[in-house]
Design a binder for this molecule. Structure first.
Ligand SMILES: [Fe+2]
Ligand SMILES: [Fe+2]
Length: 190
């Protein structure tokens, strides 16, 4: 009988299909290199690339913290104290994102790069020191949209190569989408 032919209710699988079986060599390799902590051989050549992507995301989060803090303190005297307070809430949430990313970099055996000398050149989003509330909201919306695009691309790139990092990025992405939604509402209200 040919492979993949239905016999009554039973489907015979073709023998040539690769079956679901673990790679024993990978399990043996995991028992060695204990100095690498949580990093096991299945990360393969992707580990360094993922650390680089995460360090650029860390730089982006730090620039976003600085921009939101600047806007929080300078928007206070303007017409909408409520938005000034919301800028602070966003700064705190970007801080939490940066902390999660730095922690994951260390888990992957990398070094989180907090160097102020290269922050802006590594960040995907820009700093902004506008003095007008509407310009602040617009600059933040642009930065959030850039962050959403960067995280979406990272999630696609990482795919199933590192599910822990991917899940973390998915959580951060959904919060950036909330930020963009709020800013977009304020754009129309102000
Ligand atoms: Fe963020
Ligand atoms: Fe954000």
């Amino acid at each position: 009988m040919s492979a993949n032919t239905e016999t009554g209710n039973v489907t015979t699988l073709p023998t040539s299909v690769e079956r679901l079986a673990l790679d024993e060599a990978g399990l043996d390799a995991a028992k060695r290199s204990l100095d690498q902590g949580a990093v096991v051989p299945s990360y393969g050549p992707w580990r360094e690339d993922i650390i680089k992507l995460l360090n650029d995301a860390l730089a982006t989060e730090i620039v976003c913290i600085m921009r939101y803090k600047r806007h929080h303190f300078t928007a206070k005297g303007l017409s909408s104290p409520k938005i000034a307070e919301e800028f602070l809430v966003h700064a705190q949430e970007e801080t939490a994102h940066g902390d999660q990313i730095a922690e994951r970099i260390v888990q992957l055996g990398g070094e989180p790069d907090f160097s102020p000398a290269t922050l802006l050149s590594r960040s995907h989003a820009d700093y902004d020191d506008s003095t007008d509330l509407k310009a602040m909201i617009k600059a933040n919306l642009i930065a959030e949209r850039v962050a959403i695009e960067a995280y979406t691309q990272m999630i696609h790139l990482i795919g199933d190569k590192d599910s822990t990092t991917r899940r973390m990025l998915e959580g951060i992405l959904s919060q950036e989408q909330e930020h963009a939604d709020e800013l977009s509402d304020w754009m129309t209200d102000n």
